[in-house]
Design a protein around this ligand. Structure first.
Ligand code: FES
Length: 633
């Protein structure tokens, strides 16, 4: 590394990404600036221990003190003395003082996550917001000069019998060159008469992009606006994750960091443009011919995408800046599609129930409900909607990230190396597990446990009697996998010799508590929604979201994630939020329906509800205290 530069040089391996940083820069920020994938589950507050990196001797032999700031109290809580001696540090706690190279281990990365965002089969009769009309521009008449736009509008009106036309300002800039050539052009028109662009008349259909901005992942669907066909998809991890895993951390980041809000917007816009370019390349079309776009997001992601201050979402009275549907010029947000094209932002309901939930409701199409249907979308937060007759009552549950796995002691997101299925043999208490990325009988080395694995493990521990109804591990139980860890007892899901990192993958008492809190919040929320609508039981459960697609319904039922229904009445809806964005892209009728649904959805504020604490306390038990569950011991 060059020593002529005054600024220290850093290098992240194995990619070898390197560059100069100002002295005192936090290692996680240096990594982010260089585009290195590094987890930031707690938003860089030293509370999760997931941003482990190792200072390599080769870059600064004997420099572990000189190259980085001294270890903080938070690091001492997560790293043993031996690990510190070996160079292990928390990236968010250490600051660069001089040249340094780091190893970023697999388990500290977020980008390996499986992104399960395939479009669903649901379709709709296309009724898009834009259409194209091929016109041939007459040459200017020297005896009766009229403007280019007037002549173009005259041609469009003659062909379509529509004369209340008006031009987009950016389209006008392209007009002289395009029309001067005397070629035929395809004028792209919105329903209200705005001409938003001129394309070469290729005979191909108009295309649009439906975008789903999740807290963790982003998905884009490039669609043929006339047939509804999905031409290509692209998905990426939301890059804002490096600034905080959940919405609260991101709100804090936007407020605390200089230009934090701008940075968060820039990160997501840059990634969305890359995804659009990738989807267009797959389909063989130019990104600047994409004529329309729709977007769903939770309310915080929605505000950050639009560059709106999300601070109001994080403090009482939790007022969003806007919830209604919006039509905005894509170019104003820096989105690179046809210069005059719009993005339709679907409406949100409240600070905690966003346009993504409205998208889910559009896709699952249960309103008005002939039966009582419970829709659960578990992501980084949990949204629940109870459809009963003419009512749609919804709530957001603070589930934390426990059900996604990331915040647990050995947790990770659903990525290669994550334990996703666990079975405990009731007689012998032997453990079988499945790892993402395994081929045939050959296990991929386990690196951690993801949400579906955790729910399986907790459910199986309960059924096998290793864990009691109150969630305590039963120390009298002779399960060979119960191990003492200081004063605590942990359940070993995968022993050290079978793991990638050479450390046991365990479920400890705190992990069980985190699952208890998350499932307790959802179950209590559902009970309150039932009480609100007068529903005595639930007829059907729809699990939406990537997590809902992989969860084992029987495990979810047996831990009491939701009230009892026969397992065959539990279905999954895949990425229903993204499907909702797709339906709204294809159909103005669907956009109007989204507005009706958002208007119809009544939000129940759970934490302020007088019965919440009582319901929550009862729902904390496994499976829960009321009513009796067939699996209750
Ligand atoms: S401890 Fe560093 S991001 Fe959480």
């Amino acid at each position: 590394m060059g020593k002529k530069n005054k600024e220290p040089q850093v290098c992240f391996l194995p990619e070898g990404m390197r560059g100069p940083v100002a002295p005192g820069t936090r290692v996680d920020r240096a990594a982010r600036n260089l585009g290195v994938d590094l987890q930031s589950v707690c938003g860089g507050h030293g509370k999760c221990g997931k941003c482990r990196i190792r200072l390599l001797n080769s870059a600064g032999a004997g420099q572990s003190v000189a190259a980085l700031s001294p270890p903080t109290k938070q690091e001492a809580a997560f790293l043993s003395e031996e690990e510190l001696r070996e160079g292990w540090r928390l990236a968010c706690q250490s600051r660069v003082l001089s040249n340094a190279a780091f190893e970023v281990p697999k388990e500290s990365r977020s980008g390996l996550q499986l992104i399960r965002k395939q479009p669903g089969p649901k379709c709709v009769t296309p009724d898009p917001a834009v259409r194209s009309q091929t016109v041939k521009m007459p040459a200017a008449d020297p005896t009766s000069p009229s403007s280019d736009w007037k002549r173009l509008a005259g041609q469009i009106a003659a062909g379509a019998g529509k004369n209340c036309l008006y031009p987009d300002a950016a389209m006008l800039k392209t007009l002289p060159e395009t029309l001067g050539s005397g070629r035929e052009v395809a004028a792209v028109l919105r329903k209200d008469g705005e001409c938003i662009g001129l394309l070469a008349p290729t005979g191909r259909a108009l295309t649009g992009v439906a975008l789903d901005i999740g807290t963790t992942t982003l998905a884009a669907y490039l669609c043929d606006l006339y047939t509804g066909e999905v031409l290509a998809t692209a998905a990426e991890v939301n890059p804002q994750i490096s600034c905080g895993e959940d919405v609260i951390s991101r709100i804090a980041y936007a407020a605390a960091e200089k230009a934090g809000r701008k940075e968060l917007q820039h990160l997501v816009v840059k990634t969305v443009n890359r995804m659009i370019a990738s989807a267009c390349a797959q389909a063989g079309i130019a990104a600047d011919s994409v004529a329309d776009m729709t977007c769903v997001a939770n309310t915080c992601m929605h505000h950050l995408f639009l560059g709106i201050d999300p601070a109001g979402l994080g403090r009482s009275p939790f007022a969003p800046v806007v919830t209604r549907g919006l039509d905005l010029k894509a170019r104003d947000l820096g989105i690179q599609i046809a210069p005059g094209a719009y993005i339709h932002m679907l409406p949100a309901v409240s600070a905690f129930v966003g346009a993504d939930t409205v998208g889910v409701m559009l896709a699952v199409d249960v309103y008005p409900a002939k039966e009582t249907v419970l829709i659960i979308d578990v992501g980084t937060n949990g949204e629940i909607v109870l459809a009963s007759g003419d009512r749609l009552v919804c709530a957001s549950c603070a589930t934390g990230s426990a059900l996604e796995g990331a915040t647990l002691s050995c947790g990770m997101r659903a990525a290669t190396g994550a334990v996703e299925r666990v079975r405990i043999e009731p007689e012998t208490l032997a453990v079988e597990y499945a790892v993402i990325g395994s081929v045939g009988d050959k296990h991929a080395p386990a690196a951690g446990i993801c949400g579906s694995g955790v729910i399986d493990a907790v459910s199986q521990m309960f059924t096998a009697g290793i864990m009691k109804k109150n969630g305590n591990l039963d120390r009298r139980c002779l399960a060979p996998r119960l191990k003492r860890n200081g004063n605590d007892v942990v359940f070993v899901v995968v022993p050290a010799e079978e793991t990638a990192g050479g450390r046991d993958i365990v479920i400890d008492q705190d992990d069980i508590r985190a699952v208890q809190m998350a499932k307790g919040a959802i179950h209590a929320g559902v009970r309150l929604l039932m009480a609100e609508t007068g529903a005595r039981s639930v007829d059907r459960v729809v699990l939406a979201g990537a997590f809902g697609s992989v969860i084992d319904p029987v495990s979810a039922l047996s831990i009491g994630l939701f009230p009892e229904v026969p397992p065959e009445k539990v279905s999954t809806a895949g990425n229903a939020a993204g499907d909702g964005a797709r339906l709204a892209l294809l159909s103005l009728t669907m956009r109007r329906r989204a507005a009706v649904l958002a208007d119809k959805m009544e939000t129940l504020e759970l934490t302020a509800h007088p019965n919440f604490q009582r319901e929550f306390a009862m729902a904390m038990h496994f499976p829960h205290m009321r009513p009796r569950h067939p699996g209750t011991r």
